[in-house]
Design a protein around this ligand. Structure first.
Ligand SMILES: *Cc1c(COP(=O)(O)O)cnc(C)c1O
Length: 402
């Protein structure tokens, strides 16, 4: 993904600010830090991009999801509806706050569908951990109607959707809380890092305390302040945050190039019979980090993947059956194997995880091939890629006709 492609002088400058003072910790040490508060600046930059009222940087996208769930009041025994297509951290976060994941169907947006969510609701459902996959976004109008109708807590794992929006509202801000990842593979990176966002003051405070052992961060001496709640150490360090500051400032630029290239690719490829695209709930708000192709059926998609491999374009990060983002590949999740006991073992599983049937999701993922869009491509490279993709699909379609 693009952020790492543009690592340079700006990131080094921010990191150097920290190295010169040696204050690697985000709190206190006011006199020695010479005015450098990188975690706070990182939060400010994220607020500028998203329009969030509150942002809080933490150690990873995974801990940001866990923080969002906990700060929203989701905990032991609560059923939380999750998608079967996501990065595994979403499911881990639900399990690690003691909640019980309930898998529901996605649709051609590659995200949970309103109908899928509604079907999975039981009297124990407390919330939804909605994931905006592949840089796009879920169908928010329909989903918000279900959230309101059933009075559910919505948490958005926008780990892959920083910089994307739906009808003018940033992903991450539709529900009680949201989270973004800034790991090495995302649109912007902090090396490792995540950011929690909300528009609700009480939820923000809970996240602020929760991600730092319950410290209230009010009062002179660290450790001697109030501790409103229990928490854990999910803090980000100043070095990572410094990288995050420089990278987040580059997101509007990256997004503009991504959109241009995605448009070029889409225009060329839509002329080829057999190539379809994942549905983008709001094309204006797409961060355009991925081009998501939907082939007519899984068999064709498999043949196209083989053709891509042969043509040497498999190097572009496409996701297919061998990628780690779909429930089929999660043996350890389906069997709930962990180092220690999960709440689920005590409280009972809400679903037979080993035999989950999600035919619609299976069908969509079976047809999906994704390409990461790179902001350092030239226009010639984009055209060349489009032509190669077209030629591969055309030859597969031709063979299937005879
Ligand atoms: C990357 C990602 C995460 C986890 O983020 P890390 O920073 O790697 O911990 C969570 N959810 C989604 C959807 C992701 O893509």
């Amino acid at each position: 993904m693009p952020g790492t492609e543009l690592f340079g002088a700006e990131e080094r400058k921010e990191v150097n600010d920290v190295l010169e003072t040696g204050i690697l910790f985000r709190y206190g040490h006011d006199a020695q830090r010479k005015g450098h508060w990188k975690a706070k600046e990182f939060e400010t930059e994220v607020k500028k991009i998203t329009g969030a009222k509150y942002a809080h940087a933490v150690s990873s996208g995974s801990t940001a999801v866990a923080t969002a769930l906990a700060a929203s009041g989701i905990g032991v025994g609560d059923e939380v509806i999750v998608p079967p297509f996501t990065f595994i951290a979403t499911i881990e976060a639900v399990l690690f706050v003691g909640a019980l994941p309930v898998f529901a169907e996605i649709d051609e947006t590659l995200c949970l569908s309103a109908a899928g969510i509604e079907k999975a609701i039981t009297p124990k459902t407390k919330g939804i951990c909605l994931v905006h996959m592949c840089g796009g976004m879920a169908d928010m109008d329909a989903i918000m109607a279900v959230v309101k109708k059933h009075n559910l807590i919505l948490v958005e794992d926008a780990g892959q959707a920083f910089g994307s929006s739906y009808k003018g509202t940033s992903t991450g801000l539709f529900g009680k809380a949201g989270s973004y990842s800034f790991d090495f593979f995302k649109i912007a990176t902090a090396g490792e890092g995540g950011v929690f966002v909300t528009n609700d003051e009480a939820t923000y405070n809970a996240a602020d305390y929760y991600s730092d052992h319950g410290h209230s961060h009010v009062g002179a001496k660290r450790g001697m302040e109030e501790h409103p709640i229990l928490g854990f150490n999910y803090r980000i360090g100043e070095l990572n945050a410094a990288v995050g500051v420089a990278q987040t400032r580059k997101v509007p630029h990256i997004r503009e190039i991504n959109r241009k290239y995605k448009k070029m690719l889409t225009e060329i490829l839509s002329k080829t019979q057999g190539i379809g695209f994942a549905r983008i709930a709001d094309p204006e708000g797409d961060s355009a980090t991925f081009l998501n192709l939907l082939l007519p059926n899984p068999e064709t998609a498999q043949a196209v993947v083989d053709a891509f491999n042969e043509a040497g374009i498999a190097g572009f990060d496409y996701w297919f059956k061998n990628m780690y983002h779909f429930i089929n590949q999660w043996d350890h999740i389906r069997e709930m194997r962990t180092a220690s006991k999960l709440a689920i073992e005590v409280l009972g599983a809400p679903q037979d995880y080993q035999n989950i049937s999600l035919p619609q999701s299976q069908e969509v993922i079976g047809r999906l091939i994704s390409f990461g869009i790179r902001c350092t491509w030239t226009e010639e490279q984009v055209k060349e890629l489009a032509e190669k993709i077209s030629a591969c699909v055309a030859s597969v379609m031709q063979k299937q006709m005879v």
